[in-house]
Design a protein around this ligand. Sequence first.
Ligand SMILES: NC(=O)c1ccc[n+]([C@@H]2O[C@H](COP(=O)([O-])OP(=O)(O)OC[C@H]3O[C@@H](n4cnc5c(N)ncnc54)[C@H](OP(=O)(O)O)[C@@H]3O)[C@@H](O)[C@H]2O)c1
Length: 380
Amino acid sequence: MRRDVHRRGRYPTTSSRDKVVFLSLIAVFGMMVLLIVGKPSSRPSPLGAPPLTVAQAADAAAGTIAAARTTPAPEKEWGGAEVVALSSGFTMPAFGYGTCCRPSARGRAVTASTLAYLKAGGKLIDTAMAYANHANIGTAIKYSGLDRAELWLTSKISPNMVKSYDECLAAVPSILDEIGTEYLDLLLIHTPKLGKDRTVDLWRCLIEARARGQARAIGVSNFNWLEVEALEAATGVLPDVNQVQLHPWTPKGWRGVVDACLRRGVAVTAYTSLGGSRFRKAGSPWGEALAGLAAAHGATPAQVLLRWARQVGGGRVAVIPGSSSDEHIRENLRCPAFELSAAELAVLEASPPPHGWFDAARGPAKYDDAAATTAWGPRK
Ligand SMILES: NC(=O)c1ccc[n+]([C@@H]2O[C@H](COP(=O)([O-])OP(=O)(O)OC[C@H]3O[C@@H](n4cnc5c(N)ncnc54)[C@H](OP(=O)(O)O)[C@@H]3O)[C@@H](O)[C@H]2O)c1
């Protein structure tokens, strides 16, 4: 075949068959470029977070989020303790410590009780901007002498105090400074109460905080399933964790939320699983059914409630009981590994809640997924 080259032109003159071959090669090359650029990189993140997108990988290469990738990612098996596996690959201790909702959850008292928890072998501390005790907890960590890598720290952005993406981005380093840490293991949006658009903005902020290495895992609290789904629809990112009120007397709607989360790989942290400080203070007795089950398993009533939450969540529910008593802290941490039978679960769940124990006003009806509504109004 004769191939003439046009002296002044850039391209060779070709026969029409050669043209077809040439154009086909260009098309194949173009598709390959599109495939490579359009697809997220499969490069695994050293933090165990989802693979980086190409844009993130480029940023990382440019050094923008390189710091995030150098955050130490030690092998955390938590000394053989029970853990909850998160979809992002992290393992979170299953028996944490709650630092809210009681007079002794601030100041020196919370420093002392948090220290007691850490000395007893506990690893997960649950705090929040709204609890106003970050610095007290930081002091307890310092006194404990534990390495940061030996702990799991959860905190929450408060929509009462932080109302926009920018405010949220500014709040995250403040939280870190107050506690005296370089990163949080888990950062949550405390409630969905800001309305859909601004809640999505906060979620974008948490995604950015994770990219910057300020939080290793991110999640939400008090979100129903529709609210969780809305975040995914807007950003493509599902929370690692949803923290909700969960105990045997939790209304059906909330149980549905927990089921939906677990089915989609969103782990759950149960709060107020012992009934809450307000009602305990009022002297609520342990329920009869609960006391019977505790005796049958050689456990305490509190341990039955903690085990209940772990069991109904198929091991993907963590608990964070709060206590100011050293004895209770140890008891909650050393919960024996018994299993409640189906009949025992039914007895417990059908028993009336100990008097005044459940805070029915805390939104379950509002969040009831069966009613297909959200904290932002009906689904549009
Ligand atoms: N995300 C949210 O919106 C949200 C809402 C509420 C709570 N939380 C988190 O969840 C944590 C726990 O929830 P909570 O504080 O509401 O309720 P909780 O842990 O169910 O109950 C705490 C109460 O139970 C008592 N208690 C603890 N261990 C006990 C034991 N072994 N035997 C008998 N009584 C025991 C404590 O009294 P003593 O001091 O006498 O032991 C305290 O009065 C909070 O601290 C907070 O971190 C999150």
